[in-house]
Design a protein around this ligand. Structure first.
Ligand code: ISE
Length: 353
């Protein structure tokens, strides 16, 4: 098995942010829906070496409200925030379809970006970003695949890389959400949710996904009209590890993300959430996180802190980069094709940039 592809500082030359590393990194958050507000809170109160200086959203009222909450500037046009001389770096948390334009502008402006997943919603647009960053000669874009900063995923990756359990044969993944936001489409199960599993498979095995098949067994009665939920995804990696993903986004009861590795000499499970186990008159048991902010809160904190540290150190990126975003977009596009056709679809990434 090849070594896992992207870690943190492997590719880093000293580059990127040109400011004084002794002063805080001045960050603007673009898009202040649920995720953007969460990052704004993190940057304003938790992360060392960064200062939240502005928020920006096409919804002017929301921008003003969030700006007032954090006592920072409201910039109504996200493009103006990218160009603003008082902004050193950007967290992009706008909807995925807006990412291409915003990330390309940030690269043009030479400003480091932490872009929420997906990098973009199509391989062609992600590839344009890969090429633009390469042409800039600097690593400027980190993709928000936060699970790479979760301790259990890191331990599993290290265990696989150690070879102790032998070759990975299967990865069984379950990804369950309580409910979906309005307008969540059947394709978004792949583009918005399974995209994390695709990245996890690449991160854990260090291999690309070469083929994918998506099956839709008939929807749960809790799914909004027309939504194909759940779906079952089968992926194959370069060396033949088989991956299955149950993606079920209207379970009604909470947030569960689990992975089981079956290797030649053992199996390992992560995501069991065995925190506190309580015994009382009501019975015994633990709790289930409500959503991804709760389940992956610590991973998000680490992700943003390490990004800020890397940018201030002139490294630009410390985590998944544009190639990771592109590869995930390509696999997900193939998954959407498979959802429509029912066929196995081969993934072709083309030449590495
Ligand atoms: C959401 O956007 C996320 O990124 C969550 O981690 C994922 O579990 C959920 O399915 C997505 O909709």
């Amino acid at each position: 098995m090849s070594a896992p592809t992207t870690t943190t500082t492997e590719h880093s030359a000293r580059q990127g942010y040109g400011g004084d590393p002794r002063s805080p990194l001045r960050v603007a958050v673009l898009g202040v829906g649920m995720m953007g507000q969460d990052h704004a809170r993190r940057l304003a109160g938790l992360v060392n070496g960064a200062e939240l200086v502005a928020v920006s959203d096409v919804d002017a009222a929301r921008t003003d409200a969030v700006a007032a909450e954090f006592g920072v500037r409201a910039i109504h046009d996200p493009k103006a925030a990218i160009a603003d001389p008082e902004v050193d770096a950007l967290v992009i948390a706008t909807p995925g379809f807006t990412h291409e334009d915003l990330v390309l502008l940030a690269i043009e402006a030479g400003k480091p970006v932490l872009c929420e997943k997906p990098l973009t919603t199509a391989p062609e647009t992600s590839r344009r970003i890969v090429e633009a960053e390469a042409a800039s000669g600097r690593r400027l874009v980190q993709v928000g695949f936060m699970r790479r900063f979760d301790a259990e995923y890191q331990q599993l990756r290290a265990l696989i890389a150690s070879g102790e359990l032998g070759r990975p044969l299967f990865l069984h993944c379950a990804h369950r959400n309580a409910t979906t936001p309005p307008n969540f489409s059947s394709e978004m199960l792949m583009l918005d949710s399974v995209v994390h599993e695709v990245d996890v498979v690449r991160y854990l095995t260090g291999e690309e996904v070469v083929a994918i098949r998506v099956l839709a067994p008939g929807s749960t009665s809790h799914a909004p009209e027309g939504l194909k939920d759940p779906q079952f995804v089968i992926m194959e990696t370069e060396s033949g590890t088989l991956v299955d993903v149950e993606i079920f986004v209207n379970t009604t009861f909470g947030y569960e993300v689990r992975t089981e590795l079956v290797a030649e000499r053992g199996s390992v499970q992560i995501g069991l959430g065995v925190g506190l186990v309580r015994h009382s008159a009501a019975g015994w048991g633990g709790s289930i996180p409500r959503d991804f902010k709760e389940r992956f809160g610590a991973a998000y904190d680490t992700e943003v802190q390490r990004w800020v540290d890397a940018v201030r150190a002139g490294l630009g990126v410390d985590g998944p980069g544009v190639w990771d975003g592109y590869a995930a977009a390509a696999v997900c596009a193939a998954g959407v094709q498979s959802l429509r056709s029912g066929e196995r679809v081969v993934v072709d990434l083309g030449a590495r940039v």
